[in-house]
Design a protein around this ligand. Structure first.
Ligand code: ZN
Length: 372
């Protein structure tokens, strides 16, 4: 307004017209068009939304009120003769669908906010800029945002034409892993604290790098691959849990990782070039941190194992399993027991053993996310 008055005063001085004093008085009263050019909507920490109306001179809020059917907020302001609103970008507002402007009467202009949900007016402030704070009434009841639920990905080892290890009584590893995967999924969902994703929930073959890729695409927070062990020694027995390492903790672990990684060597499928980035592990900082987290989680699972679960000695082991190579997702591989051990094979098929294992893993996850 200062600039406009200045320009007008110059023009007045130039023509020295008699009516200039009157024109200047009108301008000072606001009869000359103001520029109300845009509105910016920003979410606040309390869950409300703040609308900032940009204008080149102060605006006065006369009154504001809420309307329903459809849900709207009306803000009456001292008359503005022209206004062009840029609609807020859809992403910046959960609550405001559109902003409309119109002349209400000779002295009042009205701004109408079309809403997606019922809301209340928290505060209005006259001035330049003018601000209006609104909040969804549903949000008040719900309080702050719902707590984030980590996405736990469970990978049932093997599948389809790849049965994995086969027990003396013809138990296929791929069936055991799927069975335990579904039980673990159900138990995790029942806690109400986690979301669960599965790499497979039926009997089909998935290549190892693809299992990791599925979890990464869905932004998994944790990856748990389930397997059942095999060993030339039929006495070998018990559960073990593996995390990634450049070097295997012992020859047995190295041999096991080699056997499990062979799941990709299936007749008729060309594997050349599928695993180049994963095979050459670049141990950068992210991966190192992920490996530490994986290790911590594995230790928590071991610590919380049901006392009646038979553990393989040195229960937490390290090896270069391909499915553990997501650089940014803490990952473990659990060998549930030995299918090459007759007693273990029988045990793996019992609901009692399955429940104990599932309960133990859920406890480990709980402790991990409790920050232990
Ligand atoms: Zn396996």
């Amino acid at each position: 307004m200062t600039v406009a008055n200045g320009a007008m005063a110059t023009w007045c001085r130039m023509i020295l017209g008699m009516g200039c004093a009157l024109l200047l008085a009108l301008a000072a009263n606001g009869a000359v068009a103001q520029d109300l050019s845009g509105v910016v909507i920003t979410p606040t920490a309390t869950g409300s939304e703040l609308l900032t109306f940009n204008t080149n001179s102060p605006l006065t809020v006369v009154k504001s009120f809420v309307l329903s059917n459809p849900n709207r907020v009306a803000i009456d302001i001292s008359r503005v003769d022209s206004a062009t609103f840029k609609l807020p970008k859809p992403n910046t507002s959960q609550l405001v669908k559109a902003v409309r402007f119109g002349q209400y009467d000779a002295t009042t202009s009205r701004i109408v906010l079309d809403l997606t949900a019922p809301a209340k007016i928290v505060a209005t402030r006259s001035g330049s800029p003018m601000t209006v704070e609104i909040m969804a009434t549903g949000a008040i009841k719900a309080g702050q945002k719902e707590k984030y639920k980590p996405l736990i990905f469970i990978d049932a080892g093997h599948g389809g034409q790849d049965p994995g290890a086969i027990g003396k009584h013809n138990t296929h590893e791929k069936d055991v892993t799927l069975n335990y995967t579904k039980a673990l999924r159900d138990a995790l969902i029942a806690t109400g604290k986690y979301r669960v994703g599965l790499t497979r929930e039926d009997d089909h073959f998935i290549m190892l790098p693809e299992r990791v890729a599925i979890a990464r695409r869905q932004k998994a927070d944790m990856f748990i691959s389930l397997h059942a062990d095999s060993n030339p020694n039929p006495e070998a027995s018990g559960l073990s849990i593996y995390t990634l390492s450049e070097t295997a903790s012992d020859d047995e672990s190295a041999a096991l990782a080699e056997r499990e990684n062979k799941a990709d060597i299936i007749p008729g499928i060309d594997l050349s070039g599928t695993d180049a980035d994963v095979a050459s592990i670049l141990i950068d900082l992210t991966q190192r941190e992920t490996m530490n987290k994986s290790s911590k989680f594995a230790d928590l699972v071991v610590k919380n194992l049901h006392p009646k679960i038979n553990k393989l000695e040195k229960t937490h082991r390290y090896a270069g399993f391909r499915v553990l190579k997501a650089p940014d997702i803490p990952s473990v591989l659990i060998e549930l027991g030995f299918l090459t051990n007759e007693k273990n094979e029988h045990l793996l098929l019992t609901a009692e053993y399955r429940e104990r294992v599932v309960e133990s893993v859920v406890k480990g996850i709980d402790r991990f996310y409790a920050g232990e």
